[in-house]
Every structure is written in structure tokens, then in C-alpha cells.
Write a protein that binds this ligand. Structure first.
Ligand SMILES: *Cc1c(COP(=O)(O)O)cnc(C)c1O
Length: 456
């Protein structure tokens, strides 16, 4: 193996970052504030605290502190599965015959199988500290619900999960992992909430969507004493917690003298991408270094590449605060693609603002090409990747092959957000040749965007 970089770079426990990094502090133009749908004014801390735990609401509004201490209880939990390895994909490089160097940060090495645990444990901790009984949430593919049920059982909190119906049916084992950790799981839309009943009346055959499950979870939280709502992506607090990925990666890179040229992440709500790139973006914003950042989204749900930058609801039921983001409209019903974690109509406000400023690029990729890349990666590097993560793999392979043509010796870094053991139904369709690529028409997107709320 060349230049003394080990196949897997493992940091020591004592090299685990002690602080999260808040990229908003270094952004000259900040993301737009969350807006109260009733008043049309920016959400205050008190208003936000009715939906979220107070400390998390404060993090949501914090545009100024660059570094925030990670509480010791959270660090102790992180030690069960962190620091996560940074892997030099020597075998993939060789198989592709590329002069590029490829690294990936692997977040699938915990039972939930994804990076979502990084924020779940933080959110559960603050809920416990506030003396709450429990939390409610939605889950798409099931990774967030799994992560949250693990975190809640650790802190002995109740956990109510609304799971997008098509995932509930396609992934019964995910559901059982959540129940094993003590969570209560309901398929969404359901008749247990008012908003669920409304959506069912309007679209009786719906497969469900993240936006709709969010509405149900928020309603359940605000109507139950001692409960708050928690969200696994999109929010700035989640990107803050996920910055642990980028902080560790940067520590490992600096330790071994690795300088990434291109940093790639898949983007659903933007949390892993935001978390991975944040500290690097900080350097770029402060003029200390330069990097190319690429967000990769599914062609079936292309918020950045085909959406508009506008205030929109985070949920289908229009209960949540409004956020300015790249969106396809909260009424957008994505086709039931297999990357459940990327089926979200909107995007993190931070990622959206960075993209709008031209600091991040975006591309969309089609499902079958993603599974082709996933299969190649599994066979060469050994790890069976999650469909979501495979969007980043696809883009990294494309970039490495481009380098092969041009002879560029670029260093490519991507986020491998999770493993795909619960996605074998999707792999089965790919293996059987029955997987299709659905790309929404301009008209479909326009119809949904036409219903955006009128907030400037
Ligand atoms: C949820 C999820 C994603 C997408 O969510 P982001 O907030 O965009 O990071 C990506 N990969 C995996 C494995 C996931 O579980």
C-alpha cells in the first residue's frame, strides 16, 4: 500500500472531538430564520420550545457560536461506536484504474446502521435533561427511528415513531429493531392523528411521505403532556450534531497530511452532507483552504437541482415552522424510490444557503445507476452500502473515472453514511432487473411548487 496511509484510519478515543462546529458562525450571509406560519414572523425561542426541547431550540437559533461543547454524557455514548473509521478505498481505486485517491468516512458501524445516531443521542440527552417523558418522530427508511429508539432506551425515554407506510411494509425488520429497543411504531398516514385522517381522506392510496409522517409526529407531541418532537435531518441543530463526522474526518486528514480536493455527500435533508463538510466549509469561508463540495440527490426527488429557493413548510400538514430552503413543495409526493432517506421535498436551510451562494454544487443520479455503483462497491470494498449512501458512491466513482481520463491525481472524499442490510428488497429488484427509474415531469414539480406559501 502506497504512501503509508493505512487502509483504515482509526483515531484513538481521546482524539474524539470535544466540540461540535456550527458553520453558521462563519457564514457572512446566514440562512434565513424559521418563520411562524401563524404570524409570518421569525420563530422566537419560546415558540420553538413548545415543539422542541429548550436547549435544542436554542441550538436551532444559534447563528453565532462557532464551537459548542459536547456534554460528557453524549461523549460517553459516542465512545461506544466512535471515532468512526476513515477508509482509504485502495481496492476501489485499483479496480477503477484511477490516479485519484479515494477516501470514505464510514458511519454504518453501529446497530442503527447509519450516521443518524450522532444526532439521536444528542436529542434524547437534552430531552432527558429537561425532564420530559418521551419524544415523537417520523422515520422514512427506518434508520432515524432505529437510531432514536436506541438513544431513547439508553436514557430511558418513551419513543413514538410514525413510519412512512411504504417503508413500514417493505422493511418489517427495521420496525422490529425499533420495537426491540422499546419504541412504539405506527405506519403513516394513520388514523391516530387529525392530520393523518385528513391526508387519508384526500389520498386514500398514498404510500406516505416523510412530510406527512412529520405532521403526525408533531401533532402527537404537542397534544401529549411531557412530550416533544424530534427530527433526524434538515434542522440546523441536526447539522450541528452531525459535524462530529466532519470534525473527526478533519482530525484524521490533518494527522496523515491528507488534503481532500472534492468532498461528496448524498443529500436527503442535508444532515450527513452538512455534518461532513461543515469544518471544511469553515476553512473555505475563512479563506484558509479551498475544496469542491458536491451534494448528490436522487433524480426522483431533486430538491436542489430542480426545486426553488423559497419559504416552505417542512411537513405536508403545514404545522411546523416555515423554513427558507430548496424545495419541491411540501405537497410533492415522491415516487416510492428505494432510497427512503432521500425522499424529502426540502433541504437543510444551511445547505440551501451555501448552495445558493455557489459554495456547494449539486447533481442528481438515477436509481439503477446508483445500485450499479452500490453493487460494484460491495464486491470490491466489502461493505454492503445503504441505497442512500450509494448516491455518494456513484458520484465518487464518476469523479474517479473522470480523473482517469484527465490523469488528475485528485483526492476524493465521500461520506458512506450507512449499511444496506435492511434494503435487500431494493437489491432484489435490482438483481432481478425489475428496478425502474422514475423522474418527475416539469409539470408535476410545477404543480407542487405552485402551492408554496406566499412568504418573502
Ligand atoms: C437518513 C439517511 C441519509 C439522508 O439523510 P441526510 O439528512 O441527508 O443525511 C443518508 N444516508 C443514510 C444511511 C440515512 O439513513
Amino acid at each position: 500500500m502506497s504512501n503509508n496511509i493505512p487502509y483504515k484510519i482509526y483515531l484513538d478515543e481521546n482524539e474524539l472531538p470535544k466540540q461540535w462546529y456550527n458553520v453558521r458562525a462563519d457564514m457572512e450571509k446566514k440562512p434565513s430564520p424559521l418563520v411562524n406560519p401563524a404570524s409570518g414572523k421569525p420563530m422566537t425561542l419560546d415558540e420553538l420550545s413548545q415543539v422542541f426541547c429548550r436547549e435544542l431550540a436554542a441550538q436551532e437559533l444559534n447563528d453565532t457560536d462557532a464551537y459548542i461543547d459536547i456534554p460528557e454524557e453524549i461523549i460517553n455514548f459516542y465512545k461506544m461506536y466512535r471515532p468512526s473509521p476513515l477508509v482509504r478505498a485502495y481496492y476501489l481505486e485499483k479496480a477503477l484504474g484511477t490516479p485519484a485517491k479515494i477516501y470514505y468516512k464510514f458511519e454504518g458501524n453501529n446497530t442503527s446502521g447509519s450516521h443518524k445516531l450522532n444526532s439521536a443521542i444528542a436529542q434524547a440527552y437534552y430531552a432527558k435533561k429537561q425532564g420530559l417523558k418521551g419524544v415523537t418522530t417520523e422515520t422514512g427508511a427506518g434508520q432515524w427511528g432505529t437510531a432514536l429508539s436506541m438513544a431513547c432506551s439508553y436514557f430511558d425515554l418513551d419513543c413514538k415513531v410514525y413510519m412512512v407506510k411504504c417503508s413500514y411494509e417493505q422493511k418489517p425488520f427495521r420496525r422490529e429493531v425499533m420495537r426491540t429497543y422499546g419504541a412504539n411504531v405506527t405506519p403513516s398516514p394513520s388514523d391516530t392523528t387529525e392530520v393523518g385522517r385528513k391526508i387519508l381522506a384526500k389520498f386514500p392510496d398514498t404510500n406516505g411521505s416523510l412530510g406527512c409522517a412529520i405532521s403526525e409526529a408533531v401533532e402527537a407531541a404537542v397534544s401529549t403532556e411531557g412530550y416533544r418532537y424530534v427530527l433526524g435531518s434538515v434542522l440546523s441543530q441536526v447539522l450541528l450534531h452531525q459535524s462530529i463526522i466532519g470534525m473527526e474526518t478533519m482530525t484524521a486528514c490533518d494527522k496523515y497530511g491528507i488534503k481532500p480536493d472534492v468532498i461528496i455527500g448524498c443529500a436527503g435533508g442535508g444532515s450527513n452532507l452538512g455534518g461532513l463538510i461543515s469544518p471544511f466549509m469553515g476553512r473555505k469561508l475563512r479563506g484558509e483552504a479551498d475544496y469542491q463540495f458536491i451534494a448528490v440527490e436522487p433524480a426522483s426527488c431533486p430538491s436542489l437541482t430542480r426545486g426553488v429557493y423559497a419559504y416552505d413548510f417542512c411537513d405536508t400538514g403545514a404545522i411546523c415552522p416555515l423554513q427558507k430552503m430548496y424545495t419541491l413543495g411540501s405537497n410533492f409526493m415522491p415516487s416510492p424510490s428505494h432510497a427512503g432517506g432521500l425522499r424529502y421535498h426540502g433541504m437543510s436551510g444551511i445547505v440551501s444557503e451555501l448552495y445558493d451562494q455557489g459554495l456547494i454544487e449539486a447533481k442528481s443520479v438515477e436509481q439503477t445507476s446508483v445500485f450499479e455503483a452500490a453493487t460494484k462497491f460491495a464486491r470490491i470494498e466489502g461493505t454492503l452500502p445503504a441505497p442512500e449512501s450509494s448516491h455518494a458512491i456513484k458520484a465518487a466513482i464518476d469523479e474517479a473515472l473522470r480523473c482517469k481520463e484527465t490523469g488528475e491525481e485528485k483526492t476524493i472524499l465521500f461520506g458512506l453514511t450507512g449499511t444496506g442490510y435492511f434494503d435487500m428488497y431494493a437489491y432484489q429488484q435490482y438483481n432481478d432487473g425489475t428496478m425502474s427509474d422514475y423522474i418527475p415531469t416539469d409539470e408535476e414539480i410545477k404543480n407542487s411548487i405552485d402551492t408554496l406559501p406566499n412568504i418573502k
